[in-house]
Ligand binder design. Structure first.
Ligand code: FCB
Length: 486
């Protein structure tokens, strides 16, 4: 098929007679599922949502008293982000949030996962609060609820107040963990009359490794050894202290969890031996983050490997880190294949992706739908998690509007359909996954890739801020309407 699929050609291929501004498929509702769809159905009440994060969509970087974050500093440093892009304006969601809520409503989503910008609430990270900053989220929450959409708020999606970086080395300093807990308690006291689900931190394994170890994200450091391990420890400690602070300050009934990009270990072949190896690998490859949070101790293997470079910690720290959670969220993009290996002291060996392994337009995003089965299954089997959310899943595409103005992102639709089929496999087996948040509602600032990789269900024209639903938005609307893979 030629690259330029005209609207008419697509209509023929899809067997559709008319393509209006959307694909106009009949929304059948679960009672009228065509034969076969029952096999693709999700449990009743499954929560379909979309996700974004503050720095990636809000813009308004100097407005209403917001302080600078490490991402402002980083993106304003030449050479750090593709095309020297930054989040000064991004999707201008700070001003356009009301119409963005209408986009969600048109999709039919029941929930919206967004993040609160710490430097809007505490411009210096600690010290005096900025009520105007929190007020934005209060208005957003009201708007969501008025439109029948439940708010799910993340407290830290990487926009650390610059002042904490300057004074304490950011997460390298224990003071930052403490400041994070104070901020979490402050927000919980003021918003949990309406927000019932809070995520402490988004992706320990990304912001620490990519920002403090590889230097590719803010704050652009390349720590090693003890300093790196201590930073990892302070991240999970910040989470645990925040859980305690939220419990102390929140209204009754508030549920607390996290959103982690766990390394998802997938057995190369589904044999008993490889599955057992994948389970061992899951604990060890997440030792510094989710495993210590779930188990309250670092694994023996991790401590042995780290030896003299292990982090310094107390038993009180471990108690805080493993504070009981109401749910666990995982961001699922890519599988890590493993095989059984008797010769290894941990009983498994990683199986690297060959160079030909297919990936999305982001080179890190290897396509492995089974990750969406094995991730939740490991959580339920290894740690007995009873309430699981997929807090992110989606893919980047080289989206280009066609002459009719639409984006026919068949690659994203294929990706989503394959991944959701595996998620459905998990729910059909009774694995307690209760919701799914598609990343992302709309194209946005993709960190060091700037605006080059688009992940949205809506195409954003960054010069006009016009949002246009892609084909994948039609697909997702159908999934939600039928509560089934379509
Ligand atoms: C995740 C991040 C999210 C977005 C997606 C593509 O790692 O949490 O902000 O960048 O990747």
């Amino acid at each position: 098929m030629s690259k330029k699929v005209s609207r008419r050609t697509f209509g023929k291929i899809a067997g559709a007679t008319a393509l209006a501004s959307t694909l106009d498929l009949p929304a059948l509702g679960s009672k009228a599922l065509p034969q076969g769809d029952a096999l693709r159905a999700f449990p009743p009440g499954f929560i379909w949502g979309t996700a974004t994060a503050s720095y990636q969509v809000e813009g308004a970087f100097k407005e209403d008293g917001r302080g600078p974050s490490i991402w402002d500093t980083f993106s304003h440093t030449p050479g750090k982000v593709v095309n020297n892009a930054n989040g000064d304006v991004a999707d201008d969601h700070y001003h356009l949030y009301k119409s963005d809520v209408q986009l969600m409503k048109a999709l039919g989503v029941k929930a919206y996962r967004f993040s609160i910008a710490w430097p809007r609430v505490f411009p210096n990270g600690d010290g005096p609060a900025n009520p105007k900053g929190l007020d934005f989220y209060s208005r957003l929450v009201d708007e969501l609820l008025a439109n029948g959409i439940q708010p799910y708020a993340t407290l830290y999606h990487w926009d650390l107040p610059q002042s904490l970086q300057d004074r304490f080395g950011g997460w390298e300093g224990r003071e930052t963990s403490k400041a994070f807990a104070d901020y979490a308690g402050y927000v919980a006291a003021r918003l949990t009359d309406r927000i019932k689900h809070i995520f402490t931190i988004n992706e320990f394994g990304a912001f620490v490794e990519v920002g403090y170890r590889w230097g590719i994200h803010a704050p652009g450091l390349k720590l090693t050894g003890r300093r790196l391990n201590q930073t990892r420890h302070h991240a999970v400690l910040g989470h645990g202290l925040a859980v305690q602070a939220i419990r102390a300050a929140a209204k009754r009934g508030t549920k607390v969890g996290l959103a982690e990009n766990v390394s998802i270990t997938v057995p190369v072949i589904e044999t008993r031996a490889h599955i057992a190896a994948a389970e061992r690998a899951m604990r060890e490859t997440n030792a510094q983050y989710l495993t210590v949070i779930m188990e309250g101790k670092y694994t023996d293997w991790y401590l042995k490997q780290a030896a003299a470079e292990a982090p310094k910690f107390t038993s009180e720290d471990l108690k805080a880190i493993s504070s009981p959670l109401d749910f666990v969220g995982i961001n699922v993009y890519t599988p890590h294949f493993v095989r059984a290996d008797e010769s290894s002291p941990v009983g498994f060996a990683p199986v690297p992706h060959p160079p030909s392994f297919p990936h999305a337009s982001s080179p890190w995003l290897f396509i492995g739908p089974d990750a969406l089965y094995w991730g939740p299954r490991h959580l339920a089997k290894i740690w007995g998690v009873k309430d699981i959310y997929i807090t992110e899943n989606g893919c980047s595409s080289a989206d280009v509007p066609e002459q009719d103005g639409r984006v026919y992102d068949t690659d994203r639709v294929t990706y989503l359909r394959s991944y959701l089929t595996q998620l459905r496999r998990a729910t059909a087996e009774g694995i307690p996954v209760h919701g799914y948040f598609l990343w992302s509602l709309m194209d946005n600032f993709e960190w060091a890739d700037g605006y080059t990789n688009r992940f949205g269900l809506h195409y954003v024209d960054y010069t006009t801020q016009k949002r246009t639903p892609k084909l994948s938005a039609d697909f997702y609307r159908e999934v939600i309407a039928r509560n089934a893979v379509v």
